[in-house]
Design a protein around this ligand. Structure first.
Ligand code: NAG
Ligand code: NAG
Length: 263
């Protein structure tokens, strides 16, 4: 008899735990909603479009990066895209799902976008390690796509835009800037040694863009200061350009007024 009761008790315990496990898992199934990458909760009001001067980044970099052996002749004499970054300011960056989309497939659908992106958004640090011709061309394009993927993963996935819109918008905003390097040159801002006064550059940018951007310098192994990046702010809702929040008190982070913009 006693044995029979303890068996019943065990059965009872067992069945309640089974049912609680069952109800728990049913509960979980109901609660689980797959996160759509474009619906990441976002709490930012503006973007920064970051453009960079490839030859400044390859000219004796201080941070262990190496460029292709032929960077000096092959990198373009223009600012190229680094990325479009949601600017969270003091808000916390949400932990997004951070999935890299199939970029190759994405650009295969739009050949014009592909050409535009390859021309304006290269991986500056691509190194063919001596390979040439079509092999180099393919590797360079692959490196570029990988760079876009990293930018997507780091910033694009939090942008509230679909991958297609993110890459298209980034290119369009960049394209609207015109050729800034060429503008500096034709307006006599760059001297024979490849020096530019960053305050004059900033003033010129205000004239071209109608807003004050933020200029960043890097220092190379020879302790030269090089103009490396320009950050331009955009309002998220309508993509209107804004004065960059970092430029309120200082329009650049270079230690002096003169920086190299050498080609
Ligand atoms: C952009 O958004 C951030 C966070 O909302 C804010 O701190 C900053 O002042 C805004 N404006 C600019 C121009 O960056
Ligand atoms: C300016 O900003 C860049 C990028 O954040 C940084 O690497 C560089 O050291 C800064 N330059 C100076 C002179 O502080």
């Amino acid at each position: 008899m006693k044995r029979y009761f303890s068996f019943l008790l065990l059965l009872l315990l067992f069945s309640t735990s089974i049912s609680s496990i069952l109800s728990l898992s049913i509960h979980n199934i109901q609660e689980y909603k797959p996160a759509a990458p474009t619906q990441t909760p976002v709490s930012f009001n503006n973007y920064s479009l970051v453009i960079q001067f490839p030859k400044s980044l390859c000219n004796n970099p201080n941070y262990g990066r190496k460029c292709d052996g032929l960077w000096k002749s092959e990198l373009p004499n223009k600012f190229t895209i680094h990325g479009l970054w949601p600017n969270f300011g003091s808000n916390r960056e949400p932990a997004g799902p951070r999935v890299i989309p199939d970029i190759y497939q994405l650009i295969t659908k739009d050949k014009t976008l592909a050409i535009n992106l390859y021309n304006s958004w290269p991986d500056v640090y691509f190194d063919s390690k001596g390979k040439g011709g079509i092999v180099k061309q393919n590797l360079k394009q692959q490196a570029a796509r990988e760079f876009w993927g990293r930018e997507w993963k780091k910033h694009g996935d939090l942008s509230g835009l679909s991958p297609e819109d993110y890459f298209r918008t980034t290119y369009n905003l960049y394209n609207d800037l015109g050729n800034i390097y060429e503008d500096f040159k034709t307006n006599g801002l760059i001297n024979m040694q490849g020096n530019i006064n960053v305050n004059h550059a900033s003033q010129r940018l205000v004239t071209i863009l109608n807003v004050k951007p933020f200029i960043k310098c890097v220092t190379n192994k020879l302790n030269e200061e090089l103009l490396a990046e320009i950050h331009i702010a955009y309002r998220r809702s309508d993509l209107m350009r804004l004065p960059h929040s970092d430029s309120k008190f200082r329009n650049h982070n270079c230690s002096g007024d003169i920086a190299f913009l050498r080609v």
